[in-house]
Design a binder for this molecule. Structure first.
Ligand code: GLV
Ligand code: MN
Ligand code: MN
Length: 418
């Protein structure tokens, strides 16, 4: 992008340094990145990000949900801000790039503008959002949901981690007041755009040898939690036809979901990613099973259709296995389209810089899909090595991230009026 006649660009070395530093803040050293929100690792990472934001001349603050922001004033003080960034929490035993690559994109843009003394008409906000993965409290996309009024005070008490700690208690331990969650809401009109960079988390860009992916649509997602209550009995003395085995009902449900998603077509996917069996003894008939269900599709009707056929299937399991079942919705988001204007700006900047690109669909959920409820959104993908993600092998070359940052830098300068 030209500012006063010169093109300014991200620096790969600074991106590398940030990502390497943040990679150290894991609860599972040697077994990938585990950074749950409101944990010790969260604290260290947020301190690191805050320090980098301040060095880049940003004024930092945290919102009522616990997300961290750095603000850069615009010449038009009261104009809506352009927000850029991503999340800094991770899944359990995940990788170092899912989330942080987008946060570092923001840091690098802030530094680049700072060192070149660029002034913009519109203010900029650099975001480091919490609990996008939902790895601690389920559901996820929490930072952006809070900004769009989609987190209630009551949910903060009912959403609990595996140790029974509620989101409200976890926030409290970090000095946030759950009663003030409503203050995190950004009024419509207060943001001009929300822009995110993310690793692709799939194999397409690498396979096609492309630099960047410009996302057009993010799939619709629902996540549900299922509980099956059977009867714990002695595994040696209870005849096979006198059991209420919760695990059998759960296993049949897992097979049903896989089959139903394949039959739905249009790339629809259905996953049971976590299952717990209680009381969990080799010689006890499983009395209770808890599992998560994740269903995604570009076609929202496929998502809603699968949820209702899952409900009907669970009812069948009740009769067949003598169990009781319950299903609780954790989050449902319809498919979202990115702003055509922002897609156009990304495309123009990538062309100008000679980067190879394609337009894409995202099968992963991102905060941008929630922010689309209140502002125009844009999302740029950079290649994932071997398409791997949500695992320790996750990798993207720093030079590739720098290219994604440059594409966003160009779009931000246009939108912000540099
Ligand atoms: C986040 O990674 C999601 O797609 O669930
Ligand atoms: Mn993720
Ligand atoms: Mn992510």
């Amino acid at each position: 992008m030209n500012t006063a006649g010169k093109t300014i660009s991200a620096r790969t070395e600074r991106i590398r340094k940030d990502l390497e530093a943040m990679a150290a803040f894991t609860a599972s050293p040697g077994r990938g990145m585990t950074r749950h929100s409101f944990s010790e690792e969260d604290k260290k990472t947020r301190e690191y990000i805050r320090a980098r934001m301040e060095e880049a001349g940003l004024s930092t603050y945290e919102d009522a949900a616990g997300s961290l922001f750095g603000r850069r004033a615009g010449k038009r003080a009261d104009a809506p801000a352009i927000m850029i960034g991503s999340h800094f929490d991770s899944v359990k035993n995940g990788g170092d790039f899912d989330g942080p690559a987008g946060v570092v994109m923001g840091l690098e843009i802030a530094r680049t503008l700072h060192e070149h003394g660029v002034e913009t008409e519109y203010p900029l906000e650099f975001a480091a959002l919490v609990e996008e993965e939902g790895a601690r409290f389920g559901g996820g996309l929490y930072g952006s949901r809070a900004m769009t009024g989609r987190v209630s005070r009551e949910q903060l008490d009912t959403f609990k981690d595996r140790d029974g700690i509620s989101a409200a208690e976890a926030m409290h331990s970090f000095g946030f007041d759950p009663d003030r969650i409503g203050e995190a809401v950004r009024p419509k009109g207060s943001l001009k755009a929300f822009i995110e960079l993310h690793i692709e988390q799939g194999p397409i860009l690498e396979a096609e040898g492309l630099d960047v992916g410009i996302v057009k649509t993010i799939v619709g997602i629902t996540q549900q939690e299922v509980e099956i209550l059977g009867r714990p009995d002695h595994a040696g003395t209870t005849p096979m036809d006198m059991r209420a085995n919760a695990l059998l009902a759960a296993s049949e449900t897992a097979l049903f979901l896989d089959r139903a998603a394949r039959e739905a077509g249009e790339g629809t996917v259905g996953t049971i990613g976590r299952m717990e069996v209680f009381p969990g003894g080799a010689n006890i008939v499983p009395g209770r099973v808890f599992f998560t269900v994740d269903i995604r599709s570009v076609n929202n009707e496929k998502v809603t259709g699968l949820v209702s056929s899952l409900g009907a299937f669970l009812k069948e399991m009740e009769t067949k296995h003598g169990v009781r079942t319950s299903i609780t919705e954790k989050i449902t988001v319809a498919p979202v389209h990115m702003s055509e204007e922002i897609v156009g700006l990304f495309t123009e900047e990538a062309k100008k810089r000679g980067y190879s690109m394609r337009s894409m669909q995202s099968g992963a959920g991102h905060d941008a899909m929630i922010m689309a409820g209140i502002t125009d959104v844009g999302l740029v993908f950079v290649p994932s090595k071997g398409g791997r993600s949500h695992c320790p092998e996750e990798w993207t070359d720093y030079e590739q991230i720098a290219k994604g940052v440059n594409v966003i830098l160009g779009a931000v300068l246009s939108l912000a009026g540099a």
